[in-house]
Design a protein around this ligand. Structure first.
Ligand SMILES: Cc1cc2nc3c(=O)[nH]c(=O)nc-3n(C[C@H](O)[C@H](O)[C@H](O)COP(=O)(O)O)c2cc1C
Length: 299
């Protein structure tokens, strides 16, 4: 996750038994190298890197990932055909993020090892199809034979179990980890995330790249522009440069772009990533043991 998943969060998740992922999308190449090196020092467990395929300095990122010996890459926001073979030639496992069965099939055809199927609820950039996780997971599981990792709206063990009942083999969790101590996100943003209620996020900027945002002054500005029929060029001007950094990293809750998922409505505390992993796994195991009996268990 841009402006959230640096080496601190990724290594904390990996040390707790998950697969921590460094978000390369907000890092200059030299910053990415530094995060990879620090992550390798902070954990001896596997970790991955997310590479948005539209990143301008993409080839530099990829070179660094290979030089630093990264073993798992999650690609997103682009065509998986372009780089998957290259990664695989260097022995790297490739997982591509998709929002539909059609894109899942393309990822499978491109040789990806697995897909993340990310539903409409998710924080950050999102699919145009607006398919919710509950519908997307069985659809993608039916379409492809490679493993499917569910994402979008998952922050508890019961939600994790639900996606597995639908056919997922793993989960990718974003929003819950933004509200962790180790996320590099600004404290103001973390507070806003745990204060969010149902209906406080919405998919925005659909004429550019759809992204789920926390409703704030900037979001309202975009809404007003879209309502009067603003062109993509005008919307690009309103968005400007470094909005996401301003909001999520610098903590400007009015003027910044605040990417977060619907599941923020369920969160009420900022805690260490290891506690988050442990609590999710505890609730998962308990519910799995007797789903009906434990349905009302309060963690
Ligand atoms: C602040 C934020 C930044 C994100 N940045 C990225 C990114 O750079 N690349 C990407 O593939 N997904 C990104 N995502 C999506 C997450 O990787 C994940 O798929 C999503 O958050 C899952 O849904 P959830 O938020 O409901 O847990 C981001 C999500 C958030 C909340």
């Amino acid at each position: 996750m841009i402006w959230a998943s640096g080496w601190r969060l990724a290594s904390a998740v990996s040390n707790a038994g998950g697969l921590g992922i460094i978000g390369a999308g907000s890092m200059y190449p030299d910053v990415l190298r530094e995060h990879l090196q620090k992550c390798k020092t902070a954990t001896d467990k596997p970790f991955g890197v997310n590479v948005p395929l539209l990143y301008p300095d993409l080839d530099k990122h990829i070179q660094i990932i290979i030089e630093e010996g990264v073993k798992i890459v999650f690609t997103s926001a682009g065509n998986p055909k372009t780089w998957t073979n290259h990664f695989k030639q260097h022995g790297i496992t490739v997982v591509h993020v998709v929002s539909s069965s059609k894109f899942a099939l393309k990822a499978q055809d491109a040789g990806c090892d697995a897909v993340v199927a990310e539903g409409f609820e998710a924080g950050g950039h999102n699919g145009r199809e607006e398919t919710t996780t509950l519908v997307l997971i069985p659809a993608v599981c039916k379409a492809v034979s490679i493993p499917v990792i569910a994402a979008g709206g998952i922050a508890t063990g019961r939600q994790m179990l639900a996606t597995m009942v639908l056919g997922a083999e793993g989960v990718q969790i974003g929003t819950r980890f933004v509200a962790s101590e180790e996320a590099s996100s600004h404290y103001n943003f973390k507070q806003a995330v745990i204060n969010a209620a149902e209906g406080d996020t919405q998919l925005s900027l659909k004429k550019l790249t759809p992204v789920r945002l926390l409703k704030n002054k900037f979001f309202q500005q975009v809404q007003e522009a879209e309502a009067r029929g603003a062109s993509p060029e005008e919307l690009s001007l309103i968005l400007g440069r470094a909005r996401a950094k301003k909001g999520m990293y610098e903590g400007d809750l009015d003027e910044g772009e605040l990417e977060i998922g619907q599941v923020s409505a369920l969160l009420d505390d900022i805690k260490p990533a290891a506690d988050i992993v442990r609590e999710i796994m505890y609730e998962f195991e308990l519910t799995l043991a007797d789903p009906m009996k434990n349905a009302n268990f309060k963690p």
